[in-house]
Design a protein around this ligand. Structure first.
Ligand SMILES: [Zn+2]
Length: 154
């Protein structure tokens, strides 16, 4: 994921005093992914030759180098593979917060943040079930993960 610094403000634009989180900039390769996020869908590329899902976006399958790849909407479900807790505040983040690696059900792993619970070692159990949700960042929607609902309702 390409997280670059926010672009310089236009002259005359309202200046905010609160630090803002870095806003990702789509590239032609990642545009379908961000379009999916805006639509509330986690999209992954899938190779038609070897059937593997992969992330981050690229024009060739990283496994077999085929360019026969398509975009698919993923389940949005995964598990917590690993994480580190960052105790230093980054712009727009309140420390401590976790930088998590989520193992998606489809296979790829994705770096993200965990929302909906306090990011403490007590709360963050490895292999806990997670589901994607989307958080506004600038004019983008970013995929983040929350503990999966147990399903079946109350
Ligand atoms: Zn492949």
């Amino acid at each position: 994921m390409d997280l670059t610094a926010p672009s310089e403000r236009d002259e005359g634009a309202e200046v905010t005093t609160t630090p803002s989180k870095a806003v990702p900039r789509p590239t032609p390769e990642t545009q379908p992914f961000w379009d999916g996020c805006a639509a509330g869908e986690l999209r992954l590329q899938r190779c038609s030759s070897c059937d593997a899902h992969y992330f981050p976006p690229r024009p060739f399958c990283p496994t077999c180098l085929s360019d026969q790849v398509t975009w698919e909407t993923a389940s949005g479900r995964g598990t917590l593979h690993t994480y580190v807790i960052n105790h230093r505040a980054a712009p727009g983040f309140e420390a401590p917060y976790a930088i998590a690696v989520v193992q998606l059900d489809e296979g790829p792993r994705m770096m993200s943040n965990i929302v909906g619970i306090e990011n403490t070692p007590e709360n963050l159990e490895l292999d806990m079930a997670l589901e994607v949700t989307f958080e506004p960042r600038g004019d983008m929607m970013l995929p983040v993960f929350q503990p999966a609902s147990t399903g079946g309702g109350q």
